[in-house]
Structure formats: C-alpha cells, structure tokens
Design a protein around this ligand. Structure first.
Ligand code: HEM
Length: 164
C-alpha cells in the first residue's frame, strides 16, 4: 500500500473526528438544556443530531478502510493476533478502538431513530440527552488523544502525517 494512500485515509479519519466532536457537543448540550429548561426540541438540535449520526457513519467507512486495508498497525496485529493481544498498542487499534466505536455508532443511530419517533418535544429532548450522551462518552474515551499511553497517543493536528 503506497504511503500516500495511508496518509490520506488517516488524515480523513483524523479530521473527521472534529466534525463528530463538535456536532456531538452541540447535540448533547442542546438536548440537556432542552430537558432542564423544558424548552422545545429545536430545528438546530435536530440538525446537530443528524450531523452527529451521519458523520459517525462516514467515519465508520473510513475506519473500515484503515482497519482492513491500509493501517500497518492492524496488518501487523492480524499477522499474529495472539501476540498482538499482549501489546497494548496493537490491542487498542485491532480490538478496543473499533469495538467501542461501533457501540458508540449503534447507540447514536438508535438514538436518532427514537428521537425522530418521540411524540413530543420533552420526549425528544430526553431521548436525545440519554442516547447522545452515552454515545459521546464512549466516543471520547476511545479516541486516541495525545495524552493517551505512548504508542496509542496521536497528535491533535490532523495534518501531522504530512509534516517534516
Ligand atoms: C466513529 C468514531 C471514530 C473516531 C472519532 C475515530 C478516531 C480516530 C482517531 C482520531 C485516530 C488517530 C488518527 C491519527 O493518527 O491522527 C484513529 C485511528 C484509527 N482508527 Fe478510528 N475512529 C473512529 C472509528 C473507527 C472505526 C469504526 C474503525 C474501524 C473500523 C477505526 C479504525 C482506526 C484505525 C485502524 C486507526 C489507526 C490507524 C493507524 O494509525 O494506522 N476507527 N481513529
């Protein structure tokens, strides 16, 4: 796999995280505010939930490409899964990251369906607050941030792979 293909897919995966995090913060904040103040479920809250769920689905596609085809980390793990399980870095990328993210995506998707079906604004705010918060917490703990363990940690700058 040419290095440039890996860099581009990794860059897309890295920058999409910010779309997801911004939409997630907004969707969770508006739902909780609506719940606490008994405010209507606004068009903006609905739009943010849509962007959150849709960007997660796009990220899943990019993640599957990384995971299955281009990431040297997962390819190294697949070459010897048994040994990979005793490396915290390979285990994180081959097992933990993908599993927790898929759960976060499923929770957000189910949440969005339930929000749309909820009968009134109070039910929409409550459903969005519960499902989007659970999904968002799972997401935040599973993103490789710079403060994670060495080897797992990644820079905040989404262009870092093109530097130096
Ligand atoms: C849906 C929410 C997800 C978010 C927010 C997310 C975020 C990230 C971030 C920020 C990185 C570090 C990228 C970098 O080096 O800058 C990463 C790496 C990675 N992600 Fe995800 N990810 C998600 C889902 C997934 C899924 C579902 C998969 C697999 C199907 C996946 C597979 C990978 C792989 C294999 C790497 C390591 C790539 C490498 O360094 O070679 N991700 N992810």
């Amino acid at each position: 796999m040419p290095e440039i293909v890996y860099d581009i897919v990794l860059f897309l995966h890295s920058i999409l995280r910010y779309v997801i995090v911004v939409a997630g913060v907004g969707a969770v904040a508006l739902a909780i505010r609506g719940l606490l103040t008994r405010a209507p479920f606004t068009a903006l809250a609905d739009r943010l939930g849509f962007v959150y769920a849709t960007s997660l689905h796009t990220q899943l596609l990019v993640g599957v490409v990384l995971y299955g085809f281009v990431s040297p980390l997962t390819q190294a793990a697949f070459a010897n899964m048994g040994a990979a399980m005793s490396s915290s870095v390979l285990r994180f990328y081959a097992v933990e990251h993908i599993s927790i993210m898929i759960v976060a995506i499923i929770v957000a998707t189910i949440g969005r369906v339930f929000v749309r079906r909820a009968k009134d604004d109070a039910a929409k705010n409550r459903t969005a607050a519960i499902f989007y918060t659970i999904s968002f917490v799972l997401l935040l703990v599973s993103i490789p941030w710079p403060w994670n363990a060495e080897g797992v940690a990644r820079p905040l700058n989404p262009f870092y792979m093109f530097g130096e």
